[in-house]
Write a protein that binds this ligand. Structure first.
Ligand code: ADP
Length: 465
């Protein structure tokens, strides 16, 4: 096997060797013929003049022959000098035009120089195109990239890095990056040269951007600084932390109450019936509250699960609203004037269970936040543009404008104690918003503090059946 390989290598080597010799000979041949051509052309004129001068000498004497020879040689010299001057003039700005054409010995030289210039131009254009492609690719990168030299001076940066560090690519090149991004932790990170872990840099600019920064050393002491905007991820992480804290807080209060009653009951050997009934009633209320909270949390998590796709069916909304209206009357217990306006008979393509949950959430909110004697109108209608709309209008306490954008945040309440008193979990509108978005619908709120609110869900016209 080794012999085989060696044999093949040997034969291949010979073939390559022969090819090389041929190429060198061909090169020498062409080079040799070029040299011969040059001397032929260069000497043709002096030899011709010399021959003519000798003939003149023989015919009319030495002086006219010498004069003729000297004149012709001087003219040739002037021609060469002129060509040289044109070449020098061209060499001062070679981009302005082609190599000046020459005759005789200059002909090949000008031609070759022209060819060389063309090749150089083509190579330059190719490099410029490659560079432009690299620039476009790095500009499209979803990360900021800065090239730093051994002393952390900026050699190049892409537009995203300009945005991340507030740099100006044309002005800040050659500046030390730590003069421009001065956060102490960033300066220290670069100085320590321990780049195993990325640096999380907060508040890099006024817009409170959070960056994840990584340094990759390469080449001879060069560094590639890669920055990624993780503001969004940080926000999600903060929301997750707040959510866990809020849930724990929400559960702790009823648990403390129930626990307190259990301990009291245990400590009191002789409990009269009235006391134990009262304690059990309060414990029941608190466990119901916890149950409601856990139910809402489970509903939210089910809605948020991306794998849980919407199962659609034909929902008879007027029938659904009739049933909700009955539930509403039971909840209101005759304390409000409840109206149901069915302005259309449109059915909806959607999930019956989810729609029931969203519609009843809005109705129960209207009942809970409307004082006794108030009026609540549930309405099902179709807009002029064909969009089916469910709305609940109440004459309740209303909401101040500054609270409206935050109402769908989990556990956001305008009046915490009122929400609790009426059995609210603070998750109702978050659930409604999720359900609306799963149906490509829009949740709208119009409210005036002290006068009442109208909550509406507007579905896309294509959902109307
Ligand atoms: P909660 O369980 O506290 O009612 P929601 O998410 O359903 O939670 O509502 C969030 C907050 O929005 C409520 O705490 C309340 O302050 C306000 N809100 C909701 N619906 C109404 C309404 N119809 N009138 C006045 N305020 C409302």
């Amino acid at each position: 096997m080794r012999d085989g390989v060696a044999g093949v290598t040997g034969r291949a080597g010979k073939v390559i060797g022969v090819q090389c010799v041929c190429r060198i000979m061909a090169h020498r041949k062409t080079h040799g013929s070029v040299v011969v051509d040059f001397w032929q052309r260069a000497l043709a004129f002096p030899v011709t003049i010399l021959t003519l001068s000798l003939l003149t000498w023989g015919a009319v004497g030495a002086l006219p022959a010498a004069l003729f020879f000297a004149t012709m040689i001087a003219l040739k010299l002037i021609g060469h000098l002129r060509q040289l001057a044109r070449m020098e003039h061209w060499s001062m700005s070679p981009e302005s035009g082609g190599v000046p054409e020459g005759r005789g010995a200059w002909e090949d030289f000008s031609g070759n120089l022209n060819k060389l210039m063309r090749k150089q131009r083509e190579a330059r254009e190719k490099h410029a195109a490659a560079l432009q492609q690299i620039e476009q690719a790095t500009a499209a990168l979803p990360e900021g990239v800065v090239i730093l030299d051994e002393t952390d001076h900026i050699e190049w940066c892409n537009p995203l890095a300009e945005r991340h560090f507030g740099l100006d690519g044309s002005r800040d090149i050659s500046q030390q990056i730590t003069y421009l991004a001065r956060q102490p932790e960033f300066v220290q990170y670069l100085a320590l040269s321990n780049y195993a872990e990325p640096l999380i840099l907060r508040g890099t600019r006024q817009d409170e951007m959070v960056l994840s920064i990584k340094v990759v050393p390469y080449g001879v002491n060069k560094k590639l600084l890669i920055s990624r905007d993780i503001t969004h991820l940080e926000r999600i992480e903060t929301m997750r932390r707040d959510f866990v804290a809020n849930v724990s807080h929400e559960l702790r209060t009823p648990l403390t109450v129930v626990n307190g009653f259990v301990e009291t009951l245990q400590d009191m050997p002789k409990l009269d019936n009235e006391m134990s009934r009262r304690a059990l009633q309060l414990m029941g209320e608190q466990t119901k509250r916890m149950e409601g909270l856990v139910d809402d949390l489970l509903t939210l998590s089910r809605l948020e699960n991306t794998l849980n796709t919407l199962v659609e069916e034909e929902v008879d909304v007027p029938v659904l609203l009739q049933s909700l209206y009955q539930d509403g009357q039971a909840l209101s217990a005759g304390q409000h004037v409840l109206k149901l306006e069915l302005n259309c008979t449109a059915r909806l393509a959607g999930n019956g269970g989810e729609l029931r949950s969203a519609f009843s959430n809005l109705l129960s909110n209207a009942i809970r936040y409307t004082p006794q004697g108030g009026e609540i109108t549930v309405c099902w209608s179709v807009h002029e543009n064909g969009a089916p709309t469910y709305s609940v209008k109440d004459s309740g306490i209303g909401i101040a404008p500054e609270h409206i954008p935050r109402l769908t945040e989990r556990f956001y309440r305008v009046d915490r104690s009122r929400s609790r008193e009426t059995g609210g979990t603070g998750l109702g509108l978050a659930i409604v918003k999720h359900i609306a978005s799963r149906h490509q619908a829009h949740l709208g709120v119009v409210s005036e503090e002290g006068s009442g609110s109208t909550f509406s869900i507007t579905f896309p016209a294509k959902r109307r059946l």
